[in-house]
Ligand binder design. Sequence first.
Ligand SMILES: Cc1cc2nc3c(=O)[nH]c(=O)nc-3n(C[C@H](O)[C@H](O)[C@H](O)COP(=O)(O)OP(=O)(O)OC[C@H]3O[C@@H](n4cnc5c(N)ncnc54)[C@H](O)[C@@H]3O)c2cc1C
Length: 603
Amino acid sequence: MAWKDEDEGKGVLMQLFPFGGRMDEISESELPFPHRSGNLCLVLYLVFWQEEGHEAAERNINWLRRLYSYMEPFVSKSPRAAYVNYRDLDIGVNNNDGYTSYKQASVWGEKYFKNNFNRLAHVKTKVDPLNFFRFETKTTPKPLVIVTPSEISQVQATIICSKRHGMQIRARSGGHDYEGLSYVSEVQFVIIDLINLSKIDVDADSRTAWVQAGATIGQLYYRISQKSKTLGFPAAVCATVGVGGQFSGGGYGFLMRKYGLAADNIIDAHIIDVNGRFLDREAMGEDLFWAIRGGGGASFGVIISWKIKLVPVPSTVTVFRVARTLEQNATKLVHKWHLVANKLDKNLTIRIDLQRVNSSTKQGGLTVQATFESMFLGTVDQLIPLVQKSFPELGLVKQDCTEVSWIQSVLYLGGFSITQSPDVLLNRTQSSVASFKGKSDYVTVPIPESGLEGLWPLFYEEEAQNAIMIFNPYGGRMDEIPESEIPFPHRAGNICKIQHIVYWLEEGDEVAQRHINWIRRLYSYMEPFVSKSPRAAYVNYRDLDIGVNNKNGYTSYKEASIWGVKYFKNNFNRLVHVKTKVDPLNFFRNEQSIPSLLPVGRK
Ligand SMILES: Cc1cc2nc3c(=O)[nH]c(=O)nc-3n(C[C@H](O)[C@H](O)[C@H](O)COP(=O)(O)OP(=O)(O)OC[C@H]3O[C@@H](n4cnc5c(N)ncnc54)[C@H](O)[C@@H]3O)c2cc1C
């Protein structure tokens, strides 16, 4: 049919672009673009038409589809490959409801990216993992209503109305809760989604900003950078995390060793309490203001906005990422890092990501890779001598480092390219391909090499294909802030926090259970090497395994202490007293909310 003189075919182009040469030499997995050796050419099919109207469009598109169909026997198969820059929605699209499974997306994804689609999905999950489908199944309990207030009075009305009708509230800002507590509940519930309350006012002169709870941290960083190149804020690494949940649980990132947590830098807040009242710091009083800076907002009301203190950053900072496998001495390096990471200059943060990778030396084998990822508040020439003095074994050289602005460091550490426009930080699109389960630990004594060696075999198990352990160094400013200053208690004496995390792409309970069991085994293996009495945890890495409230609405102080003391240590006691004062009937509650001492709800 291709040579027949069909009307629709008048404005037609078939372009054959030869491959081979350098394209044959680059491996398929070097970049996501997979079409390398073995291809004679790339064929582009185009049809143009000048007539207006749906009917003409339809006729011409159908003609092109017939041409595409005719070509099938003569072109690549399984998959019938395509070039992503010649976008073609005919080869498959995502679902409209915001969630597309890995399997569904593979229909078009493997055509564009072949085997690289899998890695793209994993990178996507790491840098923008919202709507984890562990909580997106048909059986996941759904809210009666989702309210998206654009006025504060609508939050007040929703609280009063929910109370009157015996419904619980789940406040959701960025939706990143590890156990889905901002949007899943076993009881009748209403979601207040603060997405429309996301205004950010930065005042560079007074070095402060008001940020509404529904804003993401990426949006806040972006707005700060628009006003000043020498101001920043010490909060999360991942741009899509909401400030509502994050700041109320602590909030850390690469500025933590210099300036502490996001919650350490909050100077005022607006909250709607259980009676629907709008309160600022003065009206809420110092107890409640203390509690919502680290004690989790969901137990106390709905936070509308935070006033934060911005922090100075130099116009040039330096970033690097250096990866070492076990064959490149990773065990010794990770151990040595434990001896120095929390004692380094405050301006320097080096974190470690541990993951399994394919080994280039062992045939078909696997190894564990430690990636040392860093941000230094200064130039490369200031950085190199610091690392050479404290951590020479890392072998850091100037060529490993890049000097950037602070906002570019946010891009780099958040998984973007430093050449991208900071506008990408405004994107809060929720797109998910993976489920995950996370846990956390604190380390107070360096993990010995033998402890690390015992860990590696766990990474070779099937479920660990997409597992990661992230070691965040403490020390610096964190050592100076007293444990009781805000509810977040993990201060002096900690070498680092570890985040344990496992992802999986497949659907179904059996797969989920296997991966969850794997991470529970990892957690159990780590017990001798981490903090004890309590085995401390970070509330923003919510983990319902460490204990939950009773379903009947009443949980005693002693019962709740099982999980409460792990997150808050001695501050748990004060949190319970604040809760009893501001919400005695325990209206704001969830699986790990601070209990009231009043025995309401007891059956
Ligand atoms: C990919 C990823 C990366 C992360 N990176 C970091 C990081 O670098 N640093 C860090 O510290 N943490 C990080 N976290 C953890 C994150 O801080 C917590 O998950 C945090 O609770 C998320 O806040 P949110 O508003 O996005 O979540 P949500 O799910 O909306 O809320 C979390 C909790 O806070 C409550 N809440 C939310 N908004 C309000 C409000 N306005 N008023 C009262 N209660 C509210 C919710 O009800 C829920 O209990 C990360 C999480 C993910 C998934």
